[in-house]
Design a binder for this molecule. Sequence first.
Ligand code: ZN
Ligand code: ZN
Length: 277
Amino acid sequence: MPTAAHVLSHLGNAARGVTLREYGLSRRMLATAVRDGSIIHVRNGVFALPTAPHGVITAAQHGGALTCSGALRAHGVWTLDEDADPHVWLGAHGRSHHVDCACTGHYFEGRTLFGVAPLEDALVHVYLCRGDEAFFASLESALRLRLVGAAGRARIRSRLPAKAHWLVDLARTDADSGLESLLRLRLHLLGILLECQVEIPSVGRVDFVIDGLLILEADGAGNHEDAAHRHRDLMRDAEASRRGFETLRFDYAMIVHDWPIVAEAIAAAVARLHERS
Ligand SMILES: [Zn+2]
Ligand SMILES: [Zn+2]
């Protein structure tokens, strides 16, 4: 006979008592498990594991499954931003149980579940909730981690509105980081081609090359600050220039938050290089 905790972990960390009883767990066994602390009585008729991923218990209290960024993170997928409060998937006709809370309830198609929304559902939800960029970056992360394969990609595509199909078609399985996904999507919209992790003789590996002419380095926080790193970066820039490349450096915050400045700088540099050639 499996324990209540066992069944809950099989069901995705949270479930209704009715469902647990279908697995042979009596009311009494559930009450005992609650008393010994191996499961939590979340609210009337709903139980969860105390070790459930962050947000799952709150979502169950509010009447559904954790979805959007919180669910994607629980699946190990990169997200562009973090939801301040859990986003709760109530199913198409679910009943919410909000108590003075700031959670975001979603009535997307499907039946009411508890626990973490399945990955494909969470990806579709993040498109509907957050739009193109958040969806694209998380989809590429899921593809790279092999959490979504060809069949899953097709299913996700079929569930999105037609105007979003191109995002699924553009997504690659080898994107190196969320920043790369974001950059490729934004530059694609400007008609600019991006190559990633390019090896340039005597310069070394650079983050991105745009239109084969322009090196774009995305400086992460921390690793470009000390003098030795700075010196090495400047040496690389000099060598790249000698080989006919122009180098632009931005930090993560500029790319994410000051995109118009970055986009204009890139477009102007691309135009200069095209004029010259
Ligand atoms: Zn709520
Ligand atoms: Zn949401």
